[in-house]
Design a protein around this ligand. Structure first.
Ligand SMILES: CC(C)(COP(=O)(O)OP(=O)(O)OC[C@H]1O[C@@H](n2cnc3c(N)ncnc32)[C@H](O)[C@@H]1OP(=O)(O)O)[C@@H](O)C(=O)NCCC(=O)NCCS
Length: 188
């Protein structure tokens, strides 16, 4: 039998995670307006499974999805803010968590375009990785990257993820199939 996680994700819903100078908090309805701003940028969502958001309701749907994930212990999605600053600059977390028939989590992340190329996610990702391995007791972290998302590939490769394969026509959104790369990192 697979042992349970060190901490169940549901026990972490009220917690703020400090990631260096960044604060990570579970996405909540109050984030909707800023999330709309983030995900209405076509460049930000270019390789993601969503169209650019058009209205507040779209953002609330994503927040409700994230809340449901956390409540079921099936994922966690945080807002990212610089500590002491109000503005939401991105999100990150686990799109899926498998804690019974495995111990793995699929990480996901995004930043507003103005924050790209400044090492922001490079600073946050080690905290997300440590959270997955040490707090959730995961054995394996993975990430699905749409082919062409070079920034995301570079980020993962700099943080010990291996490109494990190409999944042909793995995803379907925006009216077509997409090849995706699967990256993995296993706990030492
Ligand atoms: C994926 C994403 C988060 C990567 O952002 P990023 O800023 O390239 O990633 P990093 O935080 O690792 O920063 C690396 C860049 O910062 C620079 N940098 C500056 N200071 C740095 C520091 N202290 N440490 C590391 N890198 C630093 C690096 O040189 C590099 O820039 P370059 O690629 O222009 O050479 C971003 O492109 C994004 O949000 N994309 C849209 C959403 C998305 O596609 N998400 C992924 C879905 S799988």
């Amino acid at each position: 039998m697979t042992p349970g996680p060190l901490v169940h994700p549901m026990d972490l819903t009220a917690e703020t995670l400090q990631a260096g100078p960044y604060s990570l908090r579970l996405l909540a309805r109050g984030d909707a307006r800023e999330l709309l701003e983030l995900f209405s940028d076509p460049q930000v969502v270019a390789f993601m499974d969503i169209d650019p958001l058009e209205d507040l309701e779209d953002a609330e749907d994503i927040i409700d999805w994230a809340t449901d994930l956390a409540e079921r212990g099936a994922g966690l999605r945080w807002s990212i803010r610089r500590a002491g600053e109000g503005r939401l600059i991105g999100t990150c977390g686990f799109n899926t968590l498998e804690l019974e028939r495995g111990r793995r989590g699929e990480i996901a992340y995004d930043l507003a375009q103005a924050e790209w190329g400044r090492g922001v996610m490079a600073e946050i990702l080690p905290h997300v990785i440590a959270f997955g391995f040490e707090r959730l007791g995961l054995r394996r972290l993975e990430a699905m990257v749409t082919v062409g998302n070079e920034r995301s590939c570079a980020l993962l490769e700099r943080h010990g993820f291996q490109r494990e394969g190409l999944l042909r026509d793995h995803a379907w959104w925006k009216g077509r199939f997409w090849d995706q790369l699967i990256y993995g990192r296993v706990a030492d």
